[in-house]
Design a protein around this ligand. Structure first.
Ligand SMILES: Cc1ncc(COP(=O)(O)O)c(C=O)c1O
Length: 378
């Protein structure tokens, strides 16, 4: 396998760059001068402001990472050892690894050739009476086909856990991401649309689960009664140390103030790539197909390459432009057992997809440059 060392921003156009507005820096500085730097009042304020913007009726739980949120979602969905769960094969390993913490059985579902999201046709083939949950990922920010997914979940009476690590600010059928699945998780890891350095949010539809969720976030202890004066709590449910800190929440609060302009820029970058590449047959931009998913916030700009992907990567690198795969099919990792043989679309696309720079520091002129390098062939 060819090696492409991570590029320094002083050398050229990097694939990712964190978006940290001044409002976030100021809020962190103010937090550092207070009593609360661990989990304190800013975490709750961030939860409420995030909820008002994205979750609507769902309950928020701020945590230390998107992975923490996924683990808690799986526990709150009642998943146990040996339960069968239908999961996307093409995603960050963080989606599926927490299922292994529990000992659940992952059943990988193939991808849709147009969006690289979970394939509805394969989901329908694989769902059965032993399926206990469906996990989805909105790859690159494009929503999956939730009408189909929700009707399957309803038919089998199982929950949908939506990994929205990529899709903050996207909508499905007019509804904002965060407001329509049983469990939705967000990631605020360094390079995400909204960052807290590391952090995550779990959105829970069923409000009655919130008290247990809060306990699971902190060792299994009822933190509110502890802070209310009852220090000696019994612990009946094994919990974790998954809370968000006030330093991270401060970044989140400051970031929220600017997130809409950040999202607008991401949309403009995506539109520019699409416009530039629309008549070039050498690559196809991964973009929404369904009308219901058209209003989306792009997090990744992925193209499917005709021919030699490595040749294109080399050509871009010569021009000091970073590109990479970012995510890989999860069944290639030994922890998930062996490579599956029932994923024909993944088999076909795994050598063709490539992610190009699209973070908010990328200018429209730089998009023109990347596209002219792409269009010059490889
Ligand atoms: C699809 C997806 N799910 C989950 C995660 C995990 O989030 P975190 O890094 O915040 O744990 C990531 C990336 O980091 C991701 O890309």
């Amino acid at each position: 396998m060819r090696e492409y060392p991570v590029m320094d921003p002083s050398e050229g156009l990097t694939l990712f760059y964190p978006t940290v507005p001044k409002t976030a820096i100021d809020e962190v500085a103010a937090t550092l001068a207070t009593r609360w730097i661990g989990q304190g009042p800013r975490v709750e304020r961030f939860e409420q402001q995030f909820k008002a913007k994205y979750l609507i009726d769902h309950s928020p739980l701020a945590v230390g990472s998107g992975t923490d949120a996924l683990h808690l979602a799986y526990l709150l969905a009642g998943l146990q050892a040996d339960d069968e769960v239908l999961v996307p094969v093409f995603t960050c390993t963080a989606t599926n690894i927490p299922l292994l913490y529990i000992g659940a059985k992952v059943n990988f579902v193939d991808i849709d050739p147009q969006t690289m999201n979970i394939s509805i046709a394969d989901l329908k083939r694989k769902i059965n009476d032993r399926t206990r949950a469906i996990v989805t990922v909105d790859y690159g920010g494009i929503c999956c086909d939730y009408d189909e997914i929700n009707s399957l979940a309803l038919k089998y009476n199982i929950p949908v856990i939506q990994d929205a690590a990529h899709s903050l600010g996207s909508r499905y059928d007019g509804k904002i991401v965060g407001s329509f699945s049983d469990f939705v998780i967000f990631s605020f890891q360094a390079i995400k649309t909204l960052t807290t350095g590391d952090g995550g949010m779990l959105a829970i539809r069923n409000k009655t689960l919130l008290p247990r969720a809060k306990k699971l976030r902190w060792f299994g202890i009822d933190r509110e009664s502890k802070q209310g004066g009852i220090w000696e709590n019994d612990i009946v449910d094994v919990g974790y140390k998954y809370q968000m800190t006030d330093i991270a929440a401060a970044m989140g609060l400051g970031g929220l103030e600017k997130v809409d302009s950040n999202i607008s820029h991401r949309k403009a970058i995506f539109a520019k790539y699409q416009e530039n590449l629309k008549n070039f047959s050498g690559v196809k931009v991964i973009a929404p197909v369904s009308e219901k998913a058209l209003d989306f916030c792009p997090w990744l700009l992925t193209v499917l390459v005709e021919g030699d992907r490595v040749g294109l990567m080399d050509k871009l690198r010569e021009q000091k432009i970073e590109s990479a795969q970012v995510h890989f099919r999860n069944d290639r990792y030994s922890i998930f057992g062996q490579r599956r043989k029932d994923l024909p679309v993944m088999d076909e696309l795994e050598h063709r997809y490539l992610v190009l720079p699209s973070h908010p520091r990328v200018t429209l002129e730089q998009v023109d440059k990347v596209c002219s390098v792409v269009k010059s062939g490889w």
